[in-house]
Design a protein around this ligand. Structure first.
Ligand code: F6P
Length: 365
């Protein structure tokens, strides 16, 4: 049977362990041999026990686990060709030439580069005497399949990344908790949420919790956002609202790309000559990332993990590496390189202050 390895890479997200479980079990179900690479790319470079054969029962209970039970890391050695050569050697030692990776866009880009380089790595293994010619003969092609695991929901081409809805749920629960205390004291809270360069978590959490104002990088506020925000909040207060919630994405900035920080917002809301609100800042931090995955993420991880194994079994040397996506409630395969290129295009438009183009890029998806 086919030997298929699964790995998690980059920041963990709820549902990653469920994705590993699905890949392991579908591999075994299809008559293959399953391996898990521990500690991300580092495990691939270290080899040995870090690439572990997995049995059906090894992943029991993993569907409801938070984080990733096979570990993850940011690996410097894999950035160097020497590291990738060692990784390739470790894989050949175990007869593995198919790798399913669950991670963010950086991890998936690295994987596709590894695939492109693979034939030349095989040549190097033979020419440096680390492998005999016949050992690499059946492994001339590396199969890569991507699964998108990230709380940020920051990949173009998929409606949801594995983990984003669990994170959103946790943020909403946290804001509900804050709501109660804010109401009691008639306070304002400025809540910073994660998302790196992407405002999806901030926007969806703000909508779901009825926030008074939301700052996210894709749609920076107008020049005079200070007055706008204060007049909206003033109006809400005049209507009898006892609490104020402002959600700020980690990467929020104005149209000139100057960062908008939670403390700046707090200072504005608490100004004695302005709204004079008793204001606190809460940075939700990594509670947004850990914890048990919600039902949607368990389902996404399972269906996509199964599809990833199917994609490995269907692939030919000419098939471009796929990434498994969710589009309008259907699990689909898309060329990995295209999905990442589109994601980068939106980010580049934001960096060029071309916000209209950035929004169009998203809407076109
Ligand atoms: O990509 C996931 C994420 O949680 C982002 O939202 C955040 O910007 C980043 O990772 C934090 O990274 P670290 O956990 O390495 O500090």
């Amino acid at each position: 049977g086919k030997r298929i390895a699964v790995m998690t890479s980059g920041g963990d997200s709820p549902g990653m362990s469920g994705a590993v479980r699905a890949v392991v079990r579908k591999t075994l179900d299809s008559g293959g041999i399953s391996y898990a690479v521990y500690e991300g790319y580092q495990g691939l470079v270290d080899g040995g026990d870090m690439i572990k054969e997995m049995r059906w029962e090894d992943v029991r209970g993993w569907l409801s686990a938070g984080g990733t039970l096979i570990g993850t890391a940011r690996c410097m050695a894999f950035m160097e060709r020497a590291g990738r050569l060692t990784a390739a050697n470790n894989m050949i030692e175990k007869g593995i030439d198919a790798l399913i990776i669950c991670g963010g866009d950086g991890s998936l880009t690295g994987a596709d580069k590894f695939r492109a380089e693979w034939p030349s790595l095989m040549d190097d293994l033979v020419s440096t005497g680390r492998r005999k010619k016949h050992e690499v003969e059946h492994h001339r092609h590396l199969n890569i399949v991507g699964l998108v695991g990230s709380i940020d929901n920051d990949l173009s081409g998929t409606d949801a990344t594995i983990g984003c809805y669990s994170s959103l749920e946790r943020i909403c629960q946290s804001i509900d908790c804050i709501d109660a205390t804010a109401f009691s004291h008639k306070r304002a809270f400025v809540i910073e949420v994660m998302g790196r360069h992407c405002g999806w978590l901030a926007l969806m959490a703000g909508v779901s919790c009825g926030a008074d104002f939301i700052f996210c990088p894709e749609n920076p506020p107008s020049e005079n956002w200070q007055e706008d925000m204060c007049s909206i909040i003033k109006k809400h207060r005049e209507m009898g609202k006892r609490k104020t919630i402002v959600v700020v994405a980690e990467g929020a900035h104005d149209r000139q790309l100057n960062p908008i920080s939670p403390n700046m917002v707090k200072d504005l809301l608490s100004r004695k000559d302005g709204l004079a609100l008793d204001t606190r800042v809460t940075t939700l931090g990594h509670v947004q990332r850990g914890g048990s995955p919600c039902a949607y993420d368990r389902m996404l991880a399972t269906l996509q993990g199964v599809e990833a194994v199917k994609a490995v079994l269907d692939s030919t040397p000419d098939t471009p590496s796929p990434v498994i996506c969710m589009v309008e409630n259907k699990i689909v395969r898309k060329p990995l390189v295209d999905a990442i290129a589109k994601t980068k295009e939106v980010a580049a438009n934001i960096a060029r202050k071309d916000f209209e183009a950035a929004l169009k890029g998203r809407d076109a998806e």
